[in-house]
Write a protein that binds this ligand. Sequence first.
Ligand SMILES: NC(=O)c1ccc[n+]([C@@H]2O[C@H](COP(=O)([O-])OP(=O)(O)OC[C@H]3O[C@@H](n4cnc5c(N)ncnc54)[C@H](O)[C@@H]3O)[C@@H](O)[C@H]2O)c1
Length: 281
Amino acid sequence: MGRFEGKVAVVTGAGAGIGKACALLIAREGGRVVVADIDGLAAIACTEHIAAEAGRALSITMDIADAQAVAALFEAAERHFGGVDLLVNNASAMHLTPRDQAILDLDLTVWDQTMATNLRGTLLCCQHAIPRMIARGGGAIVNMSSCQGLSGDIAQTSYAVSKAAMNMLSASLATQYGHAQIRCNAVAPGLIMTERLLAKLDEPAQRYLRRHQLLPRVGRPEDVAALVAFLLSDDAAFVTGQILCIDGGMLAHVPTYADGGNSRAERPAGSSAEAVAAPHC
Ligand SMILES: NC(=O)c1ccc[n+]([C@@H]2O[C@H](COP(=O)([O-])OP(=O)(O)OC[C@H]3O[C@@H](n4cnc5c(N)ncnc54)[C@H](O)[C@@H]3O)[C@@H](O)[C@H]2O)c1
């Protein structure tokens, strides 16, 4: 018996990438999944994939930044599957990140649209999910954050701030509704090679971004889905209000340690890790 037998999950941005991997895994473990995406064809393709594996899913074309569309999404989940137990707030305005600059160069339209989708859209989904979860005796929510919400970067200011705010939204939700048996955690991925990124980043660019990872392989959507499924399941019944990084160790060390190579042999001769790190401290 799968971990999500009898459960209903809503996954936003489930037409591609990490969201799709989450939807497929939840369905494989017995959950009924509402596949929500702004790209209707992608949502249908994901639903068909689930159906081909004998799972149950409903596709909904919607934009999480649109309050009416979010309300309609949760009404459809209730009508079709009888309620909501699990929510993965995964959709983000990724198309805006190339125009998302450093603070002095920041286009306020990009800031506003990023906040409207990533932060307000996530909040809206939570507002519609929580009463339905309470009606069913509890539930679990995972908010898809990012390592970029945990450390400063030279650009993508709006994205990073929206993800940092999503971390606090997760802690607030966990604090306010834990008594109602609702758990909420944030997952902060590092570099995860989705189809979108594979098309965008050539090998040198991937290598450049990967150089601070400790594990010598790329992150995959399935890696993130496994963590999300754990957090949604009863295996994580006593885990709430946390931010879990899934980044191959990217944020686990002083950056210069990894610059010296992942093995002692690759570090400059005669240097300790401390000595390599020291000039930058
Ligand atoms: N891929 C990474 O390296 C990485 C790293 C850190 C965090 N993340 C986070 O993971 C999540 C998924 O990222 P991904 O890389 O899988 O993206 P992706 O672009 O591969 O997939 C995102 C999906 O969300 C949908 N979507 C976009 N805007 C939407 C909206 N307003 N309403 C509904 N659906 C919408 C898209 O159509 C697409 O199907 C995002 O929250 C992102 O911030 C990704």
